[in-house]
Design a protein around this ligand. Structure first.
Ligand SMILES: Cc1ncc(C[n+]2csc(CCOP(=O)(O)OP(=O)(O)O)c2C)c(N)n1
Ligand SMILES: [Mg+2]
Length: 891
């Protein structure tokens, strides 16, 4: 091949250029590439110092990174692999076409897998290690929209039935079906990682690869051979999460990580970079971040053309053409490509004189050439010291011809007519008769057909089929509540916040003989805010290379201690990254057979609101662990104002079916909830998540009363019974606002002779969940004795009006309204403000006086108190009845 650097642009002294290049050749020949690289670096250094720095470019030329000469021999049987791939292609297409014929509008994708078939098949036949390959096998993130291809292969491997395929996207049919995309929640024996919300797969893959190292360095599991593969769409790389953690992967030298970006140049609506080149753009980004980049741009048809490109003009033409042009070259006839692409320069046109138009049209791109893809994967697997990305150029909808190959509509294509089916069959030489064609039959050769034997042999050699999800960790016994006895007593004179109680819980758990080492504390740069820095000393911060400097605060007790076997994942300021670690740790019971228990502690405002989609993915992935929303509460987090004060995370938490959310007020409540979470997730193996809000308001913690544990877990228990006579009311409070309810009860008794029972509502969400179940059962069993929801049962004898108050939007407490007649709720709807707690609670009307006034109104409303006295009380308490509501936008 012509030297690609022999570029005709701006060479004013070709003679001199030739001499320099000759010298380079001589060094390469005699001393090898390392010496050549050394000299080039020295030259670049010198040039920079002499005022001629090399222009910053992280790009190489627009050709394959691995030249033809360096390609390893292909170890497979090309013919049999092509047969298998054609069958998978056809079946993937057929299952979508059939599904949409049967149920128009059911959806599915043909063109994504069509472009990626070679990328996956080379993986399945030669690289992806299954569970039997030792350690944990490989960990593969499949591009969500390529799932028909993954199902089609599993069908050939005998893992799925015809009925499964027929029920693609019809999961509710009798016998079950296949989920649209990778959802472990719905197909728990098959899919491991949810990927279809774009960008989450890639970032989860990076933190998964890092977590594998963590397991190793902490002596929990050695899995150095296990590779993490992430298949990504080129359009998907626009998601900030896709590229957001690249530098972490390079910094951690994650050579167990391989990204494969399927550069079919298109996304849903049109080209990814019509006016540029996505491969070159990504190359620069990945190289700049420190990745090993392997470009697979051209198939072997191009090798002789490049070899004959003496003038360098073919290469120049390849670089001039933009992705929008390349899209045309895959759609239009060969004559168009001859004229527009090759025809620009006579020298280039001459290179293809011997090729017909049809041959020109079929000049393959690198991502469709098995040998080039194999070479890239082999180099990636063998590369050490940094992660690798493979940028493979393909055609979207490859093989669909008129039905959508390379066209802008291709992403949505779900139907093929008879002509299009015939073209597809002919192109891939599939054994389907003309008569059968219109049925788009799913194909499966007999078991003893050579391709079937080959397919099975290859997977057996690689350790069995993938994807497969295998929850297999032994379930360690969780400590019971008595292990945390120190947290259940009264704090006496000491004032503590629930965050402090939580830190003590964690410190104690970390000392537990069986579970301690399995705990994975995850923090995005807020440990000091939460008072968790004591853990730095106790268990250390994970640093793969150990601590290579003397910490500036090494003379103090709580210095920043990093260690190779450190236990804390101190992620820095990346909630998306921290959530990815959470998923890796929370699914390790299945991925690695190691039941690690993540405790991810974050600023509650930056939890569900910021990374809600990642939490949804964690729930889909059946992750188990604790999400700890610290500095919670719109009025409890003082000073910080609108962007920080969380008054809605419980509402958001209620949208995720796997989340059990709690809002404890007291230390013992917190301990009961966390111990229960350990039992359910670790010992009982329930695939749920716990969300618990923590606060930084300090107060004296009472001792745990007898018999309240069950109520704490169900979400409500009577904390203080009213004494004495007089009109009665019932107050419910959660989190620190429970104390406002208690103060309101005192106020009502002292000033108005009204008696209040005060209940601690530890989980509005759980109360509602339970009530919904009872209500549904009643609806469906009209002849039977109705079930009474727990909240209604608990409050059956509640006296007077019921007032609920929380540090969250009223909708949080209102969740129980259907079962608590006449409920009056108070909450913190509106934007937060920078101020002290007392002022904030006054503003949002959730303090003792607002609760008391509401209770008196309730009595008056119910005819048990005079309306005049209620109005007087409002004035006496200092409430301004005509002030605008705090939740109006201009309050
Ligand atoms: C977060 C998110 N946004 C939008 C979508 C909808 N969507 C599905 S596929 C697609 C286009 C994908 O293009 P690309 O990543 O290039 O994949 P290709 O199908 O071309 O391989 C879009 C926008 C999604 N799944 N996730
Ligand atoms: Mg694409």
């Amino acid at each position: 091949m012509a030297d690609p650097v022999n570029h005709p642009d701006g060479d004013h002294d070709p003679q001199e250029t030739a001499e320099w290049l000759e010298s380079l050749e001589a060094v390469l020949e005699a001393k090898g590439p390392e010496r050549a690289q050394y000299l080039l670096r020295r030259l670049a250094d010198r040039a920079a110092r002499r005022g001629a720095p090399l222009p910053g470019t992280f790009n190489t030329r627009y050709i394959n990174t691995i030249p033809r000469e360096a390609q390893p021999p292909f170890p497979g049987d090309r013919a049999l692999e092509r047969t298998i791939k054609s069958l998978v292609r056809w079946n993937a297409m057929a299952m979508v076409v059939r599904a949409n014929r049967h149920d128009p509008g059911i959806g599915g994708h043909i063109s994504t897998y069509a472009s990626a078939a070679t990328l996956y098949e080379i993986g399945f036949n030669h690289f992806f290690r299954g569970p039997g390959a030792g350690a944990s096998g490989d960990i593969v993130y499949y591009q969500g929209h390529a799932s028909p291809g993954i199902y089609a292969r599993a069908f050939l491997e005998g893992r799925l039935t015809r009925r499964d395929l027929a029920n693609f996207r019809r999961e509710l049919r009798k016998g079950g079906g296949l989920s649209s995309y990778p959802h472990p929640r719905l197909m728990p024996g098959f899919w491991e990682f949810p990927t279809v919300s774009m960008g989450l797969g890639p970032i989860m893959a990076i933190y998964q690869a890092r977590f594998n190292r963590y397991l190793e360095h902490r002596g929990l599991k050695g899995c150095p051979e296990s590779k993490v593969w992430a298949f990504i769409g080129d359009g998907e790389t626009d998601e900030p999460e896709t590229l957001g953690a690249l530098t972490l992967a390079a910094r951690e030298r994650l050579d167990n990580l391989i990204f494969v970006v399927n550069c079919n140049l298109q996304r849903l609506d049109g080209p990814v970079r019509g006016n540029g080149k996505i491969i070159q753009e990504l190359e620069a980004a990945f190289r700049g971040a420190g990745w090993n980049v392997i470009k697979v741009v051209w198939g072997d048809d191009w090798d002789p053309l490049l070899a004959a490109d003496e003038s360098g003009l073919l290469l120049r033409r390849m670089e001039e053409a933009v992705d929008g042009d390349y899209q045309n070259y895959s759609v239009r006839p060969g004559s168009y490509t001859r004229e527009h692409f090759f025809g620009r320069y006579p020298e280039v046109l001459r290179l293809v004189e011997h090729l017909t138009d049809d041959q020109l049209r079929r000049l393959r791109r690198g991502g469709h050439d098995p040998e080039k893809v194999y070479a890239a994967y082999k180099a990636a697997v063998e590369h050490t010291g940094s992660p690798t990305v493979i940028l493979a150029k393909t055609v979207k909808g490859y093989g669909l011809g008129e039905a959508g190959e390379g066209r802008n509509i291709t992403h949505q294509q779900k139907k093929l007519n008879d002509d299009e089916l015939r073209q597809f069959r002919d192109r891939f030489a599939l054994p389907i008769s003309d008569a059968d064609l219109h049925r788009a039959p799913v194909l499966r050769p007999p078991e003893d057909a050579p391709e079937m034997v080959y397919l099975r042999e290859r997977r057996a050699a690689l350790g069995g089929s993938v994807p497969v999800r295998r929850p297999r960790a032994a379930a360690p016994k969780a400590p019971d509540l008595s292990y945390f006895a120190e947290l259940l007593g009264a704090s006496g004179d000491a004032e503590v916040a629930t965050t402090m109680v939580y830190t003590r819980f964690l410190a104690r758990l970390l000392k537990h003989e069986a579970l301690g080492k399995l705990v994975v504390p995850i923090i995005p740069d807020e440990a000091r805010t939460f008072g968790m820095d004591a853990l730095f000393r106790q268990v250390g911060i994970y640093a793969s290379g150990g601590q290579r400097y003397e910490p500036v605060d090494s003379d103090i007790l709580l210095y920043y201690r990093e260690a190779r076997d450190g236990q804390i994942l101190e992620e820095g300021i990346t909630e998306a990254g921290a959530m990815s670690s959470f998923v890796a740790a929370g699914t390790a019971y299945a991925t690695h057979g190691v039941p690690t228990i993540p405790f991810y502690t974050f600023y509650s405002m930056f939890g569900f609101q910021r990374v809600g989609d990642s939490i949804w993915a964690a729930a889909d992935a059946r992750a188990r662990g604790f999400l700890m929303g610290a500095t919670a509460g719109r009025t409890t987090l003082a000073g910080e104002g609108l962007q920080h004060q969380d008054g809605h995370s419980h509402l958001l938490a209620s949208t995720v079916p796997a989340v059990r959310a709690y809002d404890p007020a007291f230390g013992y409540e917190l301990a009961v909830v966390l111990a229960d979470g350990l039992f359910r997730m670790v010992e009982a193996g329930e695939d749920v998540l716990y969300y618990v809000t923590l606060y930084n308001e300090k107060y004296a913690m009472p001792a745990m009363p007898e018999g309240v544990a069950d109520g704490i877990l169900r979400g409500l228990y009577l904390y203080r019974k009213a004494e004495g006579s007089g009109p009665r009311v019932t107050l419910l409070g959660s989190g620190p606002i429970l104390r406002e309810a208690l103060a309101a009860a005192d106020l009502l008794a002292e000033k108005h002779g009204v008696r209040a029972d005060v209940w601690s509502a530890t989980s509005w969400n759980e109360l509602r969940r339970d009530a919904l179940e009872a209500e549904r059962w009643n609806r469906l069993h009209p002849e039977q004795a109705p079930r009474v929801p727990y909240v209604a049962r608990a409050l059956a004898d509640a006296a007077g009006p019921v007032v609920a108050a929380t540090d969250y939007m009223r909708a949080v407490a209102d969740q129980v309204a259907p079962w608590v007649p006449g409920l009056l709720s108070l909450g913190t709807d509106g934007f937060g403000r920078s101020d002290v707690r007392a002022s904030l609670r006054d503003f949002f009307e959730v303090d003792a006086k607002a609760i008391a006034a509401t209770a008196l109104y309730g009595l008056a409303r119910d005819g048990k108190w005079s309306r005049r006295k209620a109005a007087e009380a409002i004035r006496d308490l200092g409430l301004d009845p005509d002030r605008p509501a705090p939740f109006t936008v201009d309050a």
